[in-house]
Design a protein around this ligand. Sequence first.
Ligand code: GDP
Ligand code: MN
Length: 390
Amino acid sequence: MDIHEYQAKEILAGFGVPVPRGGLAYSPEQAAYRARELGGDAWVVKAQIHSGGRGEAGGVKVCKSEKEVAEFAAGLFGKQLVTRQTGNGGKGVYRIWVEEASDIAQELYLGFVLDRKTERIMVVASSSGGMEIEEIAEEDPESLVRMVVDPAHGLAEYQARELAFRLGLKGDQINQMVKAVRACYRAYRDLDATMVEINPLVITGSGDLVALDAKMSFDTNALYRRPQVEALRDPSQEDSREAMAHDNGLSYVGLDGDIGCIINGAGLAMATMDMIKLSGGEPANFLDIGGGASPERVMTAFRTVLSDPNVSVILVNIFAGINRCDWVARGVVEAYKAEGLTLPVVVRLAGTNVDEGRRIIDESGLPLITAETLAEAAEKAVAARPKRAA
Ligand code: GDP
Ligand code: MN
């Protein structure tokens, strides 16, 4: 789960990372008011969306008057900001962060990720901040410093000092860096983060270290024990189909095709998507209803899949172990009636109570298309798609 820059800054500041003073705005007037509140004569106005690359996309500007702050904010609010990370649809700007402008002497990069090879948290830093990490790796790989943290000891002070030396820092900046790096590590570990990135971490003209940008992502599987993190979720930044599924406890991933899939088990879902592709079709989503799916759950799955306007066929593929085919069949029949479906639905059932499941489908009198095998189900779903006008 991602959060906004201003939320990440607030969290990191709580752990001891220095950040500029700033305020949040929901309107251009409020943005100008925030500037006045902060004082000074220059402010950075920043679109809050769950994406990096906002600067080059026109979502960040240094403004020199309250009027300029309000005007720039007015141009951003309600806009779909397209960055190199968002995809063509962009992300909606509904919150803007206004902060005191910093004067930048040097930009550094500081990131924390989980290194799957060593199964440990890894710190990545560079003296070439400002660019994205992929660009640094390409254009200035020599500048990259990597360090793996032993979970039993945490990020030791000597490691943080070595990191600061290798970035070429001097004097008091070394102490500031040690404090900031260790604070980020504690935030990462204590809140079950999966990523912390400060880019740029700058040294100001007066020699102070400040986090000018901040990004954090969190492990969704740990949110149950991090309610203060879960509270930061912003559904306006999520794929609306995925947000709906999340709210109903389904695992759903939106894709670009037109065959809606309702499947139990991630492995079967992957196999079904391969089969759809082999048969010449494109899946609209990946939806796993999980084990023990009640008819109500199947109905919720239908509603989630139907909320995607691209869906022209639904494929239900159940291999029931813990599940029961009769429950799933009842859910399919009820959903079909309740939603007044007109689009083709292909149903393939196998496993526990399959005979009862098939009987329910057959006796429903609904025009459901049945299949015996996965391959047959995929072929029938592809064939059932309405012909597009040429
Ligand atoms: P991103 O493009 O989404 O990563 O957004 P950032 O928060 O990193 O801002 C983009 C760029 O704006 C930064 O790399 C800086 O060069 C610039 N910037 C941000 N804050 C300030 C500031 O306080 N002063 C100045 N001079 N530039 C800033
Ligand atoms: Mn940045």
